[in-house]
Design a protein around this ligand. Structure first.
Ligand SMILES: CC(C)(COP(=O)(O)OP(=O)(O)OC[C@H]1O[C@@H](n2cnc3c(N)ncnc32)[C@H](O)[C@@H]1OP(=O)(O)O)[C@@H](O)C(=O)NCCC(=O)NCCS
Length: 185
């Protein structure tokens, strides 16, 4: 669908990403995320960067930011999030509303957290991950690059991809295992 020139929520659609070069003094924001095409945020980032342009970093005024938090270029932190001390958000991380990120947790570039995700302390989330709405994770776990954690799941152990990119349930198991268990019932 060609939206070029249309007005959406009071804002005119100026065109596709490649036209960004016509607006060199503008900063960009990407709100796009897709659980099944998790590299989409990285692709948009790469396109904008190739044009020599920069991203804004947006933190809603209601966000509570504790001491020594690092929020890098292109991050979007929506309303009511809490970032504990020493949290690191690498480039282009997107946090939807009301995510609670406890201290010493790091989220790597281009990853997305849905609404109301609760992360305990000392967690490492890799690049290009999609953590579904309402997911909870216990302390000190590692979620490897390019992982999808389905909505409402509970992460109680490291999620090593090993070719398994989708994890689901309480506690979170691979989709393969989840489907096998379902068939047994
Ligand atoms: C994992 C996910 C991508 C699967 O979506 P999907 O491929 O469209 O899957 P479907 O909804 O068709 O469901 C397929 C099956 O898995 C089950 N299922 C899907 N998500 C599930 C979940 N989180 N927990 C348990 N079962 C789930 C469905 O009940 C369905 O079972 P059935 O085949 O017996 O009917 C989706 O559940 C998800 O987590 N999306 C992220 C949404 C989100 O967090 N958005 C953020 C907004 S801020």
């Amino acid at each position: 669908m060609n939206l070029h020139g249309k007005v959406i929520s009071g804002y005119q659609v100026l065109g596709e990403i490649n036209l960004a070069k016509d607006y060199p003094n503008t900063q960009y924001i990407s709100s796009i995320a897709n659980p099944t095409d998790r590299v989409i945020r990285r692709k948009i980032w790469d396109k904008i960067k190739k044009l020599g342009l920069h991203f804004a970093t947006l933190v809603h005024p209601s966000v509570i930011v504790y001491k020594d938090v690092i929020i890098k270029e292109g991050c979007v932190v929506n309303a009511s999030c809490v970032l504990g001390s020493n949290v690191i958000l690498e480039e282009n991380v997107h946090l939807a509303y009301a995510c609670n990120i406890a201290h010493e947790t790091k989220i790597c570039a281009h990853s997305t957290l849905g609404t109301g995700v609760n992360l305990s302390s000392g967690i490492l989330i890799g690049e290009d991950c999609y953590i579904g709405a309402g997911v909870s994770a216990t302390h000190d776990v590692v979620i490897e690059d390019d992982t999808l954690v389905a909505v409402g799941s509970a992460v109680v152990d490291n999620l090593r991809t090993n070719g398994q990119h989708m994890w689901i349930g309480v506690p979170a198991i691979t989709i393969k295992e989840y489907m096998r268990n379902k068939l047994k019932k």
